[in-house]
Design a protein around this ligand. Structure first.
Ligand code: HEC
Ligand code: HEC
Length: 211
């Protein structure tokens, strides 16, 4: 039931089609690479394999998702950014629409280095939430939207496999507290609101080791 609902949402929501089309339109990854090597490298690595857990891996992430996030970090016409982050807000201020498309194409085409789930004690709970959710608490299976192996589903559902567990956990908490609120139709905020700290940690560890 819950998976069916998630798939129904997937099929029924046109909310990103505009961004998705723009991301596909003539992006030039080689131009993105030049910016990646000069501006993004210190925090995300030139190929999107980030050196530290505070900065998310971008390699192998969906281009449409990356493009949407870069747009969301931008404050437009004096209005606060849809995804409010001081560091990334500063980074995107100088990027043009074309730059963002090129960067999304570059990082999306890079290979994500495999990570391993380190905390084995959390795997069982993490796997259960990933595959089945928690029916009683109304938590849907993550797999329904992020894919069975966590690779994400184009265009709007990001890859979570191989992502730093610390980053995934931090985003879940940010969705729960409403600090991050750029998710279409409150999809992630309504899920995170039902999750405990222990469940967030467990599923973040599980996703990090997925491939
Ligand atoms: C000084 C460090 C720093 C630099 C330089 C930097 N970033 Fe980031 N980036 C971050 C941090 C920290 C986050 C996580 C923000 C959060 O917690 O919401 C982030 C998040 C992102 C995300 C969101 C990823 C996701 O999974 O949602 C994208 C996309 C991104 N950065 C792209 C870039 C690009 C492209 C550049 C170069 C133009 C860049 N960043 C430069 C620190 C940096
Ligand atoms: C109904 C579909 C749906 C389900 C089910 C779902 N997600 Fe999501 N998730 C999304 C969407 C859409 C986004 C992208 C939001 C945006 O555009 O910023 C997202 C984003 C995320 C992010 C942010 C990734 C990043 O790179 O910043 C995390 C972490 C996440 N989801 C974790 C989970 C976990 C864990 C579960 C299972 C408990 C789950 N999601 C279930 C739709 C879903």
């Amino acid at each position: 039931m819950i998976r069916t609902a998630a798939i129904a949402i997937l099929l029924a929501t046109p909310f990103l089609s505009h961004a998705a089309e723009q991301a596909k339109a003539k992006a030039d990854p080689a131009k993105g690479k030049v910016i990646a090597e000069t501006v993004c490298v210190a925090c995300h690595g030139a190929d999107g394999n980030s050196p530290t857990a505070a900065n998310p891996n971008l390699a192998g992430q969906g281009a449409e998702y990356l493009y949407k996030q870069l747009n969301n970090f931008k404050a437009v016409d004096g209005k606060p950014a849809a995804r409010n982050n001081a560091i990334m807000g500063g980074m995107v201020a100088a990027l043009s629409d074309e730059d963002m498309r090129n960067l999304a194409a570059w990082f999306s085409s890079q290979k994500l280095k495999p990570a391993v789930a380190r905390d084995e004690s959390k795997i069982a709970l993490g796997q259960k939430i990933w595959r089945q959710g928690d029916f009683k608490k109304g938590i849907p299976a993550c797999a329904g939207c992020h894919g069975p192996a966590g690779a994400g589903l184009p265009a709007q559902y990001p890859r979570l496999s191989g992502q730093y567990a610390e980053y995934t956990e931090a985003q879940l908490k940010a969705f729960r507290s409403d600090e991050r609120n750029n998710d279409p139709e409150r999809m992630m905020r309504s899920i995170a609101a039902k999750m405990s700290d222990a469940e967030m940690k467990a599923v973040a560890e599980y996703a990090a080791g997925l491939r």
